[in-house]
Design a protein around this ligand. Structure first.
Ligand SMILES: [Zn+2]
Length: 229
């Protein structure tokens, strides 16, 4: 059907950004409402909110950097192994590629021809083996620093939302504003997420709101029980 439309199922960067905002929002609205539930002073809530923002953003960025770095190092290592194999045993690697093509349904003769063609140039051979055998594009082994920076910024953005009222107000007013902004933030994150998942936005927004308000209610309750004393 020529007019059908596919969503970008990869969409790694954008989707990671939405999750980053969601993480920042949920963890900081919970932290702030926990402090507010304990009737902490506005200064302490502000401090806790800022510490939650900076600490959380740093930890998200560090985690993203380490995991992307490890993944790209692993991919590089696999590429090096493959490059060596193609250099030392080109015929073995060609047969391997032909077998992959035959398993994809190509006739033996066509598979042999195509694999010979792909092996004719070392760079093309490596790229083909990476895609067909290792399952990744050798050009896309990830950018750890970029991913870490994006995680830091998106988490900080999400965490800033419930903190904003405490920069200008205090007490019950600031608490209610944090709840309101947190709810609007959660619904917005859910609506954006539905763009990736294809689910109805209302469903996705409702789920996000439920998760955020559940986490906030639990920490508010604990803060209220424990208090600042
Ligand atoms: Zn191979």
């Amino acid at each position: 059907m020529a007019d059908h439309h596919h969503r970008n199922v990869q969409g790694g960067g954008a989707r990671a950004a939405v999750f980053g905002v969601s993480d920042g929002l949920v963890s900081n609205v919970s932290l702030i409402l926990g402090m507010a539930g304990a009737h902490a002073s506005a200064g302490n809530v502000r401090l806790a909110g800022l510490a939650g923002l900076v600490g959380g953003a740093c930890s998200m960025a560090a985690g993203e950097y380490v995991s992307m770095r490890a993944q790209s190092e692993l991919m590089q290592h696999e590429l090096d192994v493959e490059r060596e194999a193609i250099h030392h045993d080109p015929e073995v690697e060609r047969r391997e590629l032909a077998t992959i093509y035959e398993h994809r349904g190509l006739e033996a003769e066509l598979a042999r021809e195509l694999s010979a063609k792909m092996m004719s140039d070392p760079d093309l051979a490596l790229e083909t083996h990476a895609r067909e055998e290792l399952g990744f594009d050798p050009e896309e082994t990830g950018q750890p620093l970029q991913a870490a920076g994006s995680s830091f910024l998106t988490f900080a953005l999400g965490a800033l939302v419930p903190l904003l009222p405490w920069l200008v107000a205090s007490g019950l007013g600031a608490t209610l504003w944090s709840v309101g902004l947190g709810a609007v933030g959660a619904v917005s994150v859910g609506a954006v997420l539905s763009h990736f998942t294809g689910r109805r936005w209302l469903w996705s927004a409702g789920r996000q709101l439920l998760i955020a308000s559940g986490a906030a209610a639990v920490t508010f309750g604990i803060g209220h029980l424990v208090g600042v004393g």
